[in-house]
Design a protein around this ligand. Sequence first.
Ligand SMILES: [Zn+2]
Length: 259
Amino acid sequence: MPNIVQRFKRHFLLLFIFGLIGTSCACVTQAAAGERQPLTVVLDSGHNPGQPGALGVRGVYEIVYNDNLTAKIADALRTAGFPVVLTRTPTQNISLDGRTQVANTSHADLFLAIHHDSAQPVYLDKVTRNEVVAYRSKKPLAGYSIFVSKLNPQFADSYHFAEIMGQEMLRLGRSPAMHHAENIPGENRELLNTTMGIYRFDDLIVLKKTNIPAVLLEVGVIVDPDDEHYVSSNGKQEAISQAIVSAVRAYDRFQSKKR
Ligand SMILES: [Zn+2]
């Protein structure tokens, strides 16, 4: 009899232990299933090798600055745990609609276009340095600009991310560029936030045709010698990349509170 009692005790003890393990495993599984995935970011390096964008003060086309910085931002975001989708590699050409298709089919959460800025011809001098044609601004035009489109179906979130990124740019010591608001042909853009340099540009294809929140950042003005020097600095490029990671992290926290 004592043996039978002991066997029952052992049997129930084992059932109890396995029951506990089973319960805790289920909890772990549920916790894993409930974990929120980090935001996926689409990075769109502006322009194409065939049409390389603005020409800067050193005779270097904008696309070189865009591709260089986009690669650094992608590395920084991935290191911080955010998956990244690129609309194109440095050797690829892609249409504006193709960029929006990447954004709309990649199950991403945020679209960020990276550009470097120029100015209207009235503000530019054509110069030649070492037989290379370049453009230099007639007056200081330094600074970053952020563009959003009210035609984007997620304008409120686009604008929220623009504000966070504006804060990060200001924290870097950057100033917003104001020349897009000037009342001259080709500009006269509506400033939605003067302090943060956020402009409304409804008809930009990559902003209005993307279904996810979308923002375009003009990182700096490459026809302004001081600003071109700033955006060409490896250290400054790393700092800008980290500032964008901070902005994505803050936006991620904001989104997680909404869910
Ligand atoms: Zn551009």
